[in-house]
Design a protein around this ligand. Structure first.
Ligand code: PMP
Length: 406
């Protein structure tokens, strides 16, 4: 086989479909909090990012940066080992206690990312609980799907956000078999929110464990940033809450929070926990500072909601098609990969606005979109510039569409 030719041909197919990913190389401007301006690396032209998952700007927050600097100076760069072999520091232990408290659980366990936490926890539960059946929401994230696959447990997909379909599928299973229901709170591409209480009712009726991915909910929802389950008073009914430290908390890493026994079980059996270097202590300290701050400060969440509402209202007024959802994610529906890329390129080139196109396989073909994530660091001026630019490009697209239809 000509390997090089094979790689080139596969990549060229992606390019033809408009799905080839090109990184926008951005240099973040630290210390600029709370300004949203960032710089492209090739020049010094300011670029405002509108697709960051650092939802609250905590990645630039002075408390987070101070904690990281301090721990870096005291402890050095890396953890120096796996958690079992010299890699557990005071910062890791404190962070796990902070996370357990955030979710009202007995314990929490850290992983190097949210992806790894889903992969390792679901993979281990599915593989190690004899006869376990996993019920997985049809729109679950790739990390959950991969973890479930890796477990080789029997899996049944249930209709997205449908407690009725979940109930029907659970009723068909042997009541004696152990069961695990895996789903998310906020679905990141459509921004819809699961009917968590109804899903938990069904889980409880069938004696199933529940596994809730709150990656797009933690820090943002609930009085202390515990996620949608906290907002709805449901945390104690969820068996496992999984989250990330890399989005609203602004740093990096993933975790599960659950009973002491379940966390100890994953700690003792999950290869994705055991056989990998622990997070750098400075990251753990930065994440703990971020969580601690967001447990008591409501300013960021209030301003976040306000920014989201403003952008949504102004796009609606212009007739720009977005998905109407109850979350902080605003997907602008474009419906074509090439068009999405052209709009994204034009926004960057002409207005210094960066919104990455979202294409298949992240979303279905024909539903390509620009996914806006307003944040507390966006000013009124940033919003004005975004809305003006979008209105300009949208009327150009509309004119082009009408010209073609005529
Ligand atoms: N779960 C969901 C629903 C996600 O969207 C993501 C990342 N986009 C992850 C898990 C993985 O989290 P992380 O980025 O911390 O690896």
């Amino acid at each position: 086989m000509n390997y090089e030719a094979f790689f080139a041909a596969e990549l060229s197919k992606l390019k033809d479909d408009g799905r080839y990913r090109i990184f926008a190389e951005l240099e973040r401007k630290a210390g600029a909090f709370p300004a949203a301006e960032q710089f492209v690396a090739e020049g010094t032209r300011p670029v405002t990012v509108w697709c960051s998952n650092d939802y609250l700007g905590m990645g630039q927050h002075p408390k987070v940066l101070d904690a990281m600097h301090d721990t870096l100076d005291r402890c050095g760069a890396g953890a120096g080992g796996t958690r079992n072999i010299s890699g557990t520091t005071h910062s890791h232990v404190v962070l796990e206690a902070e996370l357990a408290d955030l979710h009202g659980k007995e314990a929490a366990l850290l992983f190097t990312s949210g992806y790894v936490s889903n992969w390792a926890a679901l993979g281990t539960l599915g593989a190690r609980i004899p006869g376990c059946v996993i019920l997985s929401d049809a729109l679950n994230h790739a990390s959950m799907i991969e973890g479930i696959r890796h477990s080789r447990a029997e899996v049944h997909k249930f209709t997205h956000n449908s407690p009725e379909d979940l109930d029907r599928r659970l009723s068909q299973l042997d009541p004696e078999r152990p069961k695990l229901v895996a789903f998310e709170s906020v679905y990141s591409m459509d921004g819809d929110i699961a009917p968590i209480a109804e899903i938990l009712d069904v889980c409880e009726a069938h004696g199933a464990m529940s596994y809730l991915d709150e990656v797009h909910g933690v820090g943002l929802y609930g009085p202390r940033g515990g996620g949608v389950a906290e907002r709805e008073g449901l945390m104690d009914r969820v068996t496992v809450i999984e989250g990330t430290l890399g989005k609203a908390f602004g740093v990096m890493g993933g975790y599960i929070a659950s009973s002491a026994a379940l966390c100890d079980f994953i700690r003792s059996f999950a290869s994705g926990f055991i056989f990998t270097t622990a997070l750098p202590p400075a990251l753990a300290a930065g994440a703990a500072a971020s969580i601690r701050h967001l447990k008591s400060s409501h300013v960021e969440r209030a301003r976040h909601r306000d920014r989201v509402a403003q952008v949504r209202r102004r796009l609606d007024a212009l007739g720009i098609p977005t998905i109407d959802n109850p979350s902080h994610i605003i997907p602008i529906m474009v419906g074509d990969a090439h068009k999405c890329k052209r709009i994204s390129d034009w926004l960057l080139e002409h207005h210094g606005i960066y919104v990455q196109p979202i294409n298949y396989p992240t979303v279905p073909v024909g539903t390509e979109r620009l996914r806006l994530t307003p944040s507390p660091v966006h000013t009124d001026g940033d919003i004005d510039r975004l809305v003006t630019a979008l209105s300009e490009i949208w009327s150009q697209c509309e004119l082009a569409r009408r010209a073609l239809a005529a």
